[in-house]
Design a protein around this ligand. Structure first.
Ligand code: SAM
Length: 273
């Protein structure tokens, strides 16, 4: 068995697993740890009046809804995702919102976007690039559909830095590595982007990183562990009983107020020449 990043291979998952991912994407979007990360760069994604924004890998549309809901947003928003189920959910979630006529969703592959060249003022990807098969092709496509002078934003975790405390340090380290390997195709891609961007005619305008840390209580990392730990077993990295004990130890730490987990996230804002 090998790792199958669930967000890359979502179209191969069973219905219940897809529903679980939909629930996780929506609950993550309500978690204040996560909304804080998006809010710190959302203003960068506002195009001029009537401008066009594309989110590549929009999932259930949670991030795009947060963007269009902003008072300073007056443009048109487009979301594309490979999962038909996610796109159906995205359309359902946006229906009835006062801004519904300014958002549209389509099924498509980030490696081969079905949009004309230079079509958008802003193109962004929020926790997509760590999952794709080939980040180079995805970056090329994002730049292709962006107009010259337009803005490109990429936000994602440096998942090689993700860690959960466990009294048995050796097992803890191996579980961290297994969880990351089972969940992400490209856990280190954010380290590569500053070097890759100029090759695609992108000038990095601003970039920052922030550590997401939960100490004592856990919500963001608790939900992450509960959603993705089963993929460690599916990948054959650890047997189910070991993973269950690890999950139980995390839950116990939360109950005892001594939970610890952290990961570093990065935001890159670049402009197409
Ligand atoms: C972690 S989710 C992020 C969803 C959304 N951006 C959010 O923050 O709620 C990653 C998304 O990338 C999508 N994805 C992964 N590989 C893709 C590809 N090659 N083309 C299009 N979407 C892809 C998945 O289907 C999933 O919806």
């Amino acid at each position: 068995m090998t790792a199958r990043d669930p967000h890359r291979f979502v179209n191969e998952l069973e219905k219940t697993a897809v529903e679980r991912l939909i629930a996780r994407l929506e609950s993550r979007a309500r978690d204040k740890v996560f909304t804080g990360l998006f809010d710190r760069y959302a203003a960068e994604l506002i195009p001029g009046p009537g401008g066009k924004v594309l989110e590549v890998g929009c999932g259930t549309g949670a991030t795009l809804r947060a963007l269009v809901r902003r008072e300073d947003f007056s443009g048109q928003a487009f979301g594309v995702d490979q999962s038909r189920d996610f796109i159906t959910a995205a359309r359902d979630f946006v229906a009835g919102e006062p801004f519904a006529d300014r958002v549209s969703f389509a099924v498509g592959d980030a490696h081969q976007l079905d949009f004309a060249d230079a079509n958008f003022d802003v193109v962004f990807a929020h926790t997509l690039i760590s999952h794709v098969t080939d980040p180079v092709s995805v970056l090329r496509e994002m730049v292709r559909v962006l107009r010259p002078g337009g803005k490109l934003a990429i936000f994602d975790g440096d998942y090689a830095s993700m860690t959960y405390a466990l009294p048995d340090h050796d097992l803890g380290q191996r579980m961290d590595a297994a969880l990351v390997k089972a969940s992400f195709n490209n856990p280190r891609i954010m380290r590569d982007l500053p070097r890759m961007m100029p090759e695609f005619g992108l000038k990095l305008e601003s970039a920052w990183g922030e550590a997401v840390v939960e100490i004592g209580k856990g919500s963001y990392f608790k939900s992450f562990a509960e959603t993705y730990a089963s993929y460690i077993v599916k990948a054959g990295f650890f047997p189910a009983d070991v993973v269950e004990r690890w999950l139980a130890a995390q839950q116990e730490a939360i109950e005892d107020g001594c939970f610890f987990a952290s990961c570093t996230y990065y935001t890159y804002i670049a402009r197409r020449a």
